[in-house]
Design a binder for this molecule. Structure first.
Ligand code: ADP
Ligand code: MG
Length: 390
């Protein structure tokens, strides 16, 4: 189903006429800088050309309607503007509803409702941020439909994160929504999450492609473990703050960490903090390497990122490690690592053009042999951030 079909579906469900508008918000992949965005560190994600399409139109009454063409037998979820509360039965629609709630809470009042239909072509729950895509899509729609022109794309990212944190209960950092909102074709975003300053870095890879491999597994621990990592980092930070004046782990470099680390009493917390510090330094180094056209070095830093996420941060899993080990064994793979929150989901690899076919064949076969699962591969392009399209 493409954008035209989604519009037809919208008309079929809600009727024709009026001012029907179309939108798109990308998914994202993070090249390096994982689990640093809630530790005041740097991240380096890029928006993809795949993402979530949306069609929307304002209504006369105060009803809001949500529909997803991705879900079989999806029924329209109806909510009234006078009761913007989280309801389990709304299921997936709590994501866009959370954004409406956040707008309302921030004084962006709406008296008329709207109809909305979406369809995504990013896998859900696989670390490519379909949730942030849906949130920023919703924010883009509301800003446009209701003329909240004073909101910047950064504001829409912050509202998306706020709604995911406070309405949907996932304590995510700002990286995902920021990448979805601010993405730029052929560029990754070097974002300092301590103050949201950022710069675009051109990803010119004439000899290579970015290949995402979907392990097709998601271990159920995700949200609990994610929040636990945040707590472990907070504990490590609090102990470090008794000996050094820092606001976040991102303010330490590797040397500083070595100097002060023994104040962290819990060995596991120490490892989490070591990852947060080292990963931030790796990200800074990786972006510098890219500026020097040293793609090989960038790849090695991606590999080191994986090792740190696997051993120190403990957010990988058997299936992902199999994918990464297979990738590392193939000639022409510049770098490969887990991407996203972890415990399953996807890996991201940089693969030389002439090795892409062999990569998909060998990783696919090896993974199938070891796990019985058919991995999925996406050779991706870097696209622009969320926008109105029609
Ligand atoms: P990720 O953001 O990595 O894809 P999450 O678990 O954070 O994984 O978000 C996935 C959830 O977002 C889905 O379970 C669903 O509730 C919602 N979602 C995202 N895209 C869509 C869509 N196109 N249709 C319906 N729900 C969607
Ligand atoms: Mg998500």
């Amino acid at each position: 189903m493409d954008a035209k079909d989604l519009r037809a579906k919208f008309v079929e469900i809600y009727g024709d006429g009026g001012d029907i508008r179309e939108y798109f918000a990308p998914g994202r992949v993070n090249l390096i800088g994982e689990h640093t965005d809630y530790n005041g560190g740097h991240v380096f994600p890029c928006a993809l050309t795949i993402g979530t399409y949306g069609v929307a139109r304002k209504r006369e009454d105060d009803k809001i309607h949500f529909f997803s063409a991705n879900l079989e037998d999806c029924e329209v979820v109806e909510v009234s503007l006078s009761d913007l509360s989280y309801q389990k039965r709304y299921s997936w629609a709590n994501y866009p509803l959370g954004v409406v709630w956040a707008f309302d809470g921030k004084g962006k009042k709406m008296t008329q409702g709207f109809d909305m239909a979406i369809r995504g072509n990013i896998p859900n729950g696989s670390g490519l941020s379909s949730s942030a895509s849906l949130e920023v899509l919703t924010g883009t729609i509301l800003r446009d439909l209701y003329g909240f022109a004073d909101l910047s794309m950064t504001d829409l990212a912050l509202i998306g994160q706020y709604s995911e944190n406070n309405f949907n209960g996932c304590n995510c950092g700002i990286m995902d929504q920021f990448a979805v909102a601010m993405g730029k074709k052929d560029c990754a975003i070097f974002l300092d999450t301590s103050d949201l300053s950022y710069e675009y870095a051109k990803i010119a890879l004439p000899d290579a492609k970015i290949v995402i491999t979907n392990s097709k597994v998601k271990h159920s621990l995700v949200d609990g473990q994610y929040n636990k990592r945040r707590e472990e980092c907070a504990e490590a930070l609090a102990q470090l703050q008794t000996v050094v004046d820092i606001q976040s782990l991102g303010e330490l470099d590797n040397e500083g960490f070595e100097k002060y680390k023994d104040v962290i009493t819990d060995e596991e917390c120490k490892k989490r903090a070591r990852h947060a510090v080292a990963e931030n330094q790796r990200t800074i180094e990786a972006v510098a390497a890219l500026k020097d056209n040293d793609v090989e070095k960038f790849g090695k830093l991606m590999n080191a990122s994986h090792v740190s996420l696997r051993d120190d941060y403990k957010v990988s899993c058997e299936e992902i490690d199999i994918l990464v080990d297979l990738a590392w064994s193939i000639d022409g793979v510049v770098g490969s690592r887990i991407t996203g929150g972890g415990f399953g989901g996807c890996t991201v690899s940089i693969v030389k053009n002439d090795a892409v076919d062999a990569f998909m064949e060998k990783v696919g076969a090896g993974y199938k042999e070891k796990t019985g699962i058919d991995a999925e591969f996406y050779v991706v392009d870097i696209g622009d951030g969320a926008r109105r399209t029609v």
